[in-house]
Design a binder for this molecule. Sequence first.
Ligand SMILES: NC(=O)c1ccc[n+]([C@@H]2O[C@H](COP(=O)([O-])OP(=O)(O)OC[C@H]3O[C@@H](n4cnc5c(N)ncnc54)[C@H](OP(=O)(O)O)[C@@H]3O)[C@@H](O)[C@H]2O)c1
Length: 336
Amino acid sequence: MPARERLTVAVTGPTGEIGRSLLAALDRSAGVERVIGMARRPFDPSAHGYRKVTYHRGDVLDPVAVASLLAEADVLVHLAFIIMGSPTQTRAVNLVGSRNVFAACTAAKVKRLVYASSVAAYGFRRDNPRPLTEDVPARGSRGHYYSAQKAEVEQVLADTLAGSDTEAYVFRPCIVAGPDAPALINNLPYTQISRRLPPSLSGLLGALPLLRPVLPDPGVPLQLVHHDDVASAMLAAVLAKGPPGVYNLAGAGTVSISQIASELGWHAIKIPHFMVDATAQAVASMPLLPAQMRWIQAMREPVVMDTTRARRELHWRPKHDALATLREMIAAMNDD
Ligand SMILES: NC(=O)c1ccc[n+]([C@@H]2O[C@H](COP(=O)([O-])OP(=O)(O)OC[C@H]3O[C@@H](n4cnc5c(N)ncnc54)[C@H](OP(=O)(O)O)[C@@H]3O)[C@@H](O)[C@H]2O)c1
């Protein structure tokens, strides 16, 4: 690519689990001239050896900071989001912040906007097809703040960009994991919930040696995608290696909660579906519970995605399957 076509890429939320891998991929890419990151915490790109990355502290709720981030950008990657929090805490950053970013992209005539939505945008619904393709509408789950917000933000994106020159690449990754993305284990809803199960189940758990954690397994298959594979898909979008549109992202294969427990050296116990439903309903009616517990909703129905479109259109070739991703994450945790 001639030097004059090399891109300036702005990134909101580059300090998070996906952002860190993305910065490394952008910094290595011959098609990228400059990367400008923005989030709230302090971050020093030179400490990571990046040559092209600069960083400004700023909040997506501040339209001036967002406009300044975009002043020279050809492409914007929007990752700033609050995943764990109460419905009201998260709504400001996720809805208002995203709207600010999308509107600023059209005002600045940014060529491409790459947005990390989520599998959760489909909603955890019994009537969803399996596997989910990108043609399935993103309806979200009203009972789950993150899922509902992810669906709503996709609609805000479509409405804001309608009629503008900015093209949108919307990714719907499954759970992101890997050595630099331990949030799956840190936030496992069952790690929290197993301490608060009904007495009947606590009795069963009591029969097991409780020196190691016990994860209740509702039998739902989980897809995982490695953070570096998410970064490679996003880099393909930044460089317009395929058409704009919506893309599912997941590594090959699935893992079960029992497999996760076994890889961690923990225990698992199978639990019936009705118990997950009952717990999810109880959790939904308790506003003061930790955000992690609300994620039990995600265990009510399998949400398994088809990733043919990303492979075909963006030539995406994830290097890690679900089990390899899990194992890399656990090995890194054990090394710490
Ligand atoms: N991780 C997953 O399993 C997963 C799966 C599917 C989709 N996604 C989506 O991918 C995106 C990135 O996820 P992630 O896992 O990288 O999240 P993360 O690790 O929680 O990082 C979030 C990033 O957003 C920044 N941020 C939060 N509030 C901000 C604000 N008001 N202004 C500016 N920056 C702000 C954070 O930095 P500061 O706190 O310093 O501001 C951080 O850099 C999110 O939209 C998420 O929903 C994630």
